[in-house]
Design a protein around this ligand. Structure first.
Ligand code: ZN
Length: 84
């Protein structure tokens, strides 16, 4: 039970994020417990299924998996991928 309605998903420029669960995240060294949402999506470059978490405010989610990480590089529009 993620706490989200069945079928809930967020589309960011053609990349779909589906909520997996809400969990608390303890920041190292800080006495605060932050609720975060875990999402499943497919890497914007290679399509690998990956998990990431965001704060409850959904801003600037990661678009790529660790192998494709390219901070600052624009993600190609969905539909023009997986040509290789
Ligand atoms: Zn990738």
């Amino acid at each position: 039970m993620s706490g989200f309605p069945d079928g809930f998903e967020i589309d960011v420029g053609g990349q779909v994020f589906r909520p997996l669960r809400v969990q608390t995240h303890t920041k190292a060294g800080a006495a605060v417990v932050i609720p975060v949402v875990y999402w499943q999506t497919e890497c914007a470059d290679c399509g690998a299924v990956m998990e990431l978490f965001t704060l409850l405010r959904f801003r600037h989610p990661r678009r790529r998996c660790d192998a494709c990480a390219a901070p600052g590089k624009r993600v190609r529009p969905a539909g023009k991928r997986r040509a290789a």
